[in-house]
Design a protein around this ligand. Structure first.
Ligand SMILES: C[S@@+](CC[C@H](N)C(=O)[O-])C[C@H]1O[C@@H](n2cnc3c(N)ncnc32)[C@H](O)[C@@H]1O
Length: 227
């Protein structure tokens, strides 16, 4: 099951094929230093999933940089959704490299605002650097909650606006439109931690971090929300 064209168009307006290819190549090649710096946080977060859950949904899976943390297990089944078809090849390769058998990985071309899965059907949802890019943050969180089983976990790492009054926040405000154009709708000034805290999860554990390699895309929030 995938989103139909009308839903994809509504939440992720179609981009030219070359742009979608470019976004996949850039994500694949340019995130090495960032991933190295965030690795400690991710290892800690994903240790809560490894060996403990069998069904995981990853929203905005991109090239699949998280799979190695939680999908190296024959017992886990992962569904990765992303509106860009170009991410399928990369995320499949990342799943294979993590050691996930190929029948255990499914890629669906879909958006977080309309997740094509049944209510209460997964034990965990993963989302990293994706709420900056979705069209509707609150609707995506509503969908995350809908597909989670009761007691299920939503693991997130997101970049959010810098503190008000800082030079970084000033620069983010100026550069936000440019960032959206060159980085596929990525917003620099969202306060996503607030959206997650107010989304109606039964509990939210949320930490903040400042990553030297992330320059403009700081601060970061990371944590686990439980349905
Ligand atoms: C900055 S990338 C992050 C990819 C990956 N999660 C990571 O941590 O590297 C943002 C991803 O979100 C996807 N995306 C954009 N809009 C989306 C939406 N409405 N729903 C789900 N994914 C979306 C993009 O196609 C892209 O793969």
């Amino acid at each position: 099951m995938v989103n139909n064209a009308a839903i994809l168009d509504k939440y992720h307006a179609p981009r030219p094929q070359w742009y979608e290819e470019l976004q996949a190549v850039v994500l694949d090649k340019d995130m090495e230093a960032y991933e190295a710096e965030i690795a400690g946080y991710k290892s800690q977060l994903f240790s809560k999933l490894k060996g403990k859950v069998k069904e995981v949904l990853e929203i905005g899976i991109g090239t699949g940089p998280n799979l190695k943390y939680y999908a190296n297990d024959n017992n886990v089944h992962v569904v990765g959704i992303d509106p860009k078809r170009t991410m399928e090849r990369y995320s499949r390769a990342a799943a294979a490299a993590a050691g996930l058998p190929s029948p255990n990985f499914k890629f669906l071309q879909a958006v977080g605002e309309a997740i094509p899965l049944r209510d209460a059907s997964v034990e965990a949802v993963v989302g990293t650097l994706v709420l900056c890019s979705v069209s509707d943050v609150d609707l995506t969180l509503k969908e995350v909650k809908r597909v989670l089983k009761p007691g299920g976990s939503y693991i997130f790492v997101e970049h959010v606006a810098a503190k008000d009054g800082t030079i970084l926040k000033f620069l983010q405000s100026i550069l936000d439109p440019l960032q959206q154009a060159v980085a596929d709708g990525c917003h620099l000034t969202r306060n996503t931690g607030k959206n997650i805290s107010e989304a109606g999860f039964s509990s939210v554990e949320l930490g903040t971090a400042f990553l030297a390699n992330a320059t403009l895309i700081n601060s970061h929030i990371y944590g686990i929300a439980t349905k």
